[in-house]
Design a binder for this molecule. Structure first.
Ligand code: C2O
Ligand code: CU
Ligand code: CU
Length: 488
């Protein structure tokens, strides 16, 4: 049955691909009777909102208590067009959770939706039973009370739903929020750290809006193959965001919270910036660069220095043709922050500590995407791993191979995947036969893997339980490009 549908979809996607090539020069998804707007749909600018910090109701500094309600609400992305969205403690996205290393955290999560959900702490090193994957279902009207100890370096992580086959659509409807972890290292660094003032979270997501300003999901056959790509970028849930900035250094915590889009972030003026973190924490030293590529689920903190810009300068944070964030720079505020030479010490795992290798082949297309020939089965453990062991994982993107006459080109070229695993932070040791760029030489939990590329990572398993590994292109994850490993 599944095979037949797959063949059918492959057939239609070929036709549609040909059709798009012929009729639609800019490659935008035009095959549907829904009128899809250009991303210039509305020019009305909005001040960049910053998600509020969630109040910690514990008075004990060693503890933190938070409560989240998963709920439905109304959002006007464009004036006068209220649409139903999901959020935590609000109608869209969620508040930022701020943890300290060493803290015991408990969170009460209430599900007010009419459907099941889960809340996964992406990037947090916590045991499998509180990780919020597809096994920790919160029924409609139900409560969930995970508790864990924060024991990892300062970092930017995030939370989002992870239900079986429903992750993509629930994230698309608005369920995502940021997590900030502080520790003694981040305390000591004299970098911008005033949340919402010079330390600005940027949750970057794309959505497809109709010309009426209504977000739609999966309207084209391409979406099945590449994942859902939008025509409009939201930052912190807002279209056409503008940040009024001072002429000082800014730290941006960038989260690619999109379902499927990969971004190549850069400033319109070519302004270089310092990347200071990867997914799991600080780099050893800042990496001075003009662009940074992030695939879905990945985070990076950067520091951009606007002090040399002229009063009234306008620049954009861009990716490709998208203007992601407009920044207007003015003022003469004094800046006491610095860009340190050294950020943190990283306890690298020596390569010779590795006790074994595992291989993961990301393969197949559309509804056939799989890892090592297997699609996700919640009742099957794919990999058994010894607690406290060190392994090298080799991940390969072989999608599009063996497609015969369909070749890569016709499917729109490169089939990208990435690889994310729960309950661990790994270190990339090899990308396509080379050591990774300085941009990736820190702790990672998600890594982009291009077509026909091999990436090796080294990892130590310090948390017990059942964890997911999957492609973080959410449509791929939901279509079964996911497996489970058990540490014990
Ligand atoms: Cu961000 Cu398994 O997910
Ligand atoms: Cu995760
Ligand atoms: Cu994928």
């Amino acid at each position: 049955m599944k095979k037949n549908i797959f063949i059918l979809i492959m057939f239609f996607s070929i036709i549609i691909t040909l059709f798009c090539r012929a009729g639609n020069v800019n490659g935008r998804d035009s095959v549907s009777d829904i009128k899809i707007a250009d991303y210039e749909y509305s020019e009305i600018e909005n001040p960049l909102p910053v998600p509020p910090l969630l109040k910690n109701s514990s008075t004990d500094p060693l503890k933190a208590s938070f409560s989240l309600t998963v709920q439905k609400g109304l959002t006007e992305f464009f004036k006068g067009t209220g649409v139903i969205t999901y959020g935590y403690n609000g109608s869209l996205l969620g508040p930022t959770l701020r943890f300290r290393r060493g803290q015991s955290v408990d969170i009460s999560v209430k599900n007010s939706l009419n459907e099941v959900t889960t809340v996964h702490w992406h990037g947090m090193l916590v045991p499998g039973d509180v990780d919020g994957g597809p096994h920790q279902i919160i029924k409609s009207g139900g409560l969930w009370h995970p508790a864990f100890k924060v024991n990892q370096p300062a970092a930017t992580a995030w939370y989002h739903p992870h239900g079986l086959g429903t992750t993509a659509v629930q994230v698309y409807k608005g369920l995502a929020g940021l997590i900030i972890i502080d520790d003694e290292v981040s305390d000591k660094l004299n970098i911008p750290k005033n949340y919402g003032v010079n330390d600005i979270p940027l949750i970057v997501q794309d959505r497809r809006f109709t010309s009426e300003g209504v977000p739609v999901y999966m309207t084209s056959m391409h979406d099945m193959m590449q994942g859902m790509l939008g025509n409009t970028i939201l930052v912190n849930g807002t279209v056409n965001p503008v940040l009024k900035a001072e002429r000082i250094r800014y730290r941006f915590r960038i989260l690619n919270g999109s379902n499927a889009r990969v971004y190549d972030f850069r400033f319109s003026s070519g302004l270089k910036f310092h990347q200071i973190t990867t997914d799991g924490g600080f780099l050893e030293k800042p990496y001075y660069t003009e662009s940074i590529r992030l695939s879905p689920g990945e985070r990076a903190e950067i520091i951009a220095d606007f002090s040399e810009l002229k009063e009234g300068s306008i620049l954009y944070l861009k990716s490709g043709n998208f203007d992601i964030l407009k920044i207007v720079v003015s003022g003469t505020q004094k800046d006491i922050t610095v860009i340190p030479e050294e950020l943190a010490r990283i306890d690298r795992i020596p390569l010779e500590k590795s006790q074994g290798d595992r291989y993961f082949s990301l393969q197949g297309m559309g509804p056939g995407v799989n890892i090592n020939g297997k699609q996700f089965n919640p009742y099957r453990i794919d990999e058994n791993i010894k607690y406290d062991s060190v392994e090298t994982w080799h991940i390969r993107n072989v999608s599009g191979m063996g497609m015969g006459m369909m070749g890569g080109g016709m499917m729109g070229g490169n089939v990208l995947h990435n690889f994310h695993a729960h309950g661990i932070q790994f270190m990339i040791t090899d990308r396509g036969g080379r050591i990774p760029s300085p941009s990736e030489q820190g702790w990672k939990d998600t890594v982009l893997i291009e077509q026909n590329e091999d990436v090796s990572v080294i990892v130590r398993f310090l948390y017990k339980g059942v964890f997911m590994y999957h492609c973080h292109i959410l449509e791929h994850e939901d279509n079964g490009m996911m497996g489970q490993f058990k540490v014990n």
